[in-house]
Write a protein that binds this ligand. Structure first.
Ligand SMILES: CC(C)(COP(=O)(O)OP(=O)(O)OC[C@H]1O[C@@H](n2cnc3c(N)ncnc32)[C@H](O)[C@@H]1OP(=O)(O)O)[C@@H](O)C(=O)NCCC(=O)NCCS
Length: 127
């Protein structure tokens, strides 16, 4: 993904209800230019139809967002994006990919081979 894809990526995050469009552009633009980020798009012709945003911290790849346009789901786009991400994670020597998924997406990740870790996921609100 390049900065040229930021608008399309933000539109996808908004459509899949992972992030409001108003705020997503600047956050994705920030994410894409981070040196350890791995942000990929799936394209059909000139159109961006899916995205994955992730970042490598030296230990694990953290997959924070993945989304495929509703009209294009169930055609293997999400798993293709994930397969490419896994390749990149392996090339970087990552120990694994960690995902914080919304509950409705858990079956998708289980199909890809994800397991529950022996750890808990906690969050502290900022501001
Ligand atoms: C999750 C998502 C990215 C999957 O994309 P996709 O392109 O439809 O996925 P694929 O076509 O590669 O599906 C791979 C397999 O997972 C299954 N699958 C996909 N989404 C699923 C879901 N929500 N629940 C159950 N199974 C699902 C598919 O049926 C397919 O199974 P098969 O191999 O037996 O045919 C897409 O549904 C999406 O954008 N959802 C909204 C955003 C979201 O929830 N993102 C994840 C949280 S960060």
């Amino acid at each position: 993904m390049t900065v040229d894809d930021v608008d399309a990526a933000a539109a996808i995050l908004a459509q899949v209800k992972l992030y409001p469009k108003s705020d997503a552009n600047k956050r994705i633009a920030f994410y894409v230019q981070l040196p350890n980020s791995c942000c990929l798009v799936a394209e059909i012709g000139p159109d961006v139809v899916g995205i994955v945003l992730s970042i490598f911290n030296g230990f694990h790849m953290f997959l924070t967002h993945i989304g495929v346009l509703e009209s294009q789901r169930g055609r293997g786009i999400g798993s293709t994006l994930h397969a490419e991400l896994l390749d990149r994670a392996n090339q970087l020597g990552a120990r694994g990919i960690v995902v914080d998924a919304i509950f409705s997406a858990e079956p998708f990740f289980r199909k890809l081979g994800y397991r529950s870790p022996g750890a808990t996921f906690l969050i502290h609100d900022a501001k």
